[in-house]
Design a protein around this ligand. Structure first.
Ligand code: PDD
Length: 275
């Protein structure tokens, strides 16, 4: 595995970052995850645009779009993987000491890697998720490397035998720890709006477009956790899980516990769109 770190290409073990890096000390940075299918990045423009937005939101000076596109292509060329996930991390950089505000102008730290992807789309076995209160901050629209809230919630979900939490704030559904949610009710598709309380997933954006092409009505509306008893289908989306049916929410079996028809239709369309 050849990774990129601040202009160098080295093996993962040989990539070293300063203990004074603001990413290490303060999680002062942002990241991006981009799927690669058959050695081609999937929807790179949307991912790079979101990375630029996240960096801008926390005040890191802009880096050109061309740089990011070339970095993704170089990672694919230097690694022997057909399908994978590009990880890009951008932090404020390393200072000379720990200080909440930087003591001098810093050069951002840029790290990127390509790791294997294993999605078994043709056997989408429904998974279990657990309803939990969203304890994270109010800027979940920024893809921050500070994931403590997400990790704590993921651990709690795992304790309950679930692969992801299904988060809510005062009953309003938001998202998962690393995914977005969609619900099917009477043939209509519902997903929470892309406000500050969720990350606007690229898979989410793509699924909304695919659904519209399939003439499925999409409502960007947050459902209440009380309504989960009455939904016909639930699925989650992310770059790593693509379209993943949900068969169980805590003790509630969704539909008959199998992958629903609209979910299957969207998963199929998604898979077709990767080619
Ligand atoms: N997670 N919401 C959160 C909180 C996420 O972390 C992610 C992605 C998503 C889905 O976004 P997208 O469809 O663009 O992948 C939603 C990535 C995959 C991760 O943390 O590894």
């Amino acid at each position: 595995d050849i990774v990129y770190l601040n202009g160098d290409w080295v093996t993962g073990n040989n990539a070293k970052v300063s203990v004074f890096d603001r990413g290490f000390l303060f999680a002062d940075g942002v990241y991006e995850v981009i799927p690669v299918y058959q050695r081609r990045p999937f929807l790179p423009e949307l991912h790079i645009q979101r990375l630029q937005r996240s960096a801008d939101a926390i005040g890191i000076a802009p880096i050109t779009t061309e740089f990011w596109h070339q970095l993704v292509l170089d990672l694919i060329n230097r690694n022997n993987l057909d399908d994978g996930l590009v990880y890009i991390q951008l932090t404020f950089g390393a200072d000379s000491q720990r200080s909440h505000l930087p003591t001098q102008p810093l050069t951002p730290t840029i790290y990127a890697s390509l790791s294997p992807l294993s999605v078994h789309w043709n056997t989408p076995k429904p998974v279990k998720v657990a309803v939990l209160e969203d304890i994270r901050w109010h800027r979940c629209d920024i893809k921050s490397i500070s994931l403590l809230g997400n990790i704590m919630l993921k651990r709690e979900a795992a304790k309950r035998g679930a692969i992801e939490p299904l988060l809510h704030r005062d009953g309003r559904i938001t998202e998962g720890a690393s995914c977005n949610y969609f619900m099917v009710k009477q043939g209509r598709l519902y997903t929470p709006p892309a406000d500050h309380l969720i990350l606007a997933g690229i898979t989410r954006t793509w699924v909304i477009q695919l659904a519209q092409q399939l003439a499925i009505e999409v409502h960007e509306e947050a459902l209440n956790v009380n309504e989960l008893q009455h939904v016909d289908e639930v699925f989650l989306t992310s770059s790593s899980r693509e379209v993943q049916p949900v068969g169980q929410i805590d003790d509630i079996i969704v539909g008959n516990g199998q992958c629903g028809t609209i979910t299957a239709q969207i998963a199929e369309a998604f898979h077709a769109s990767k080619r």
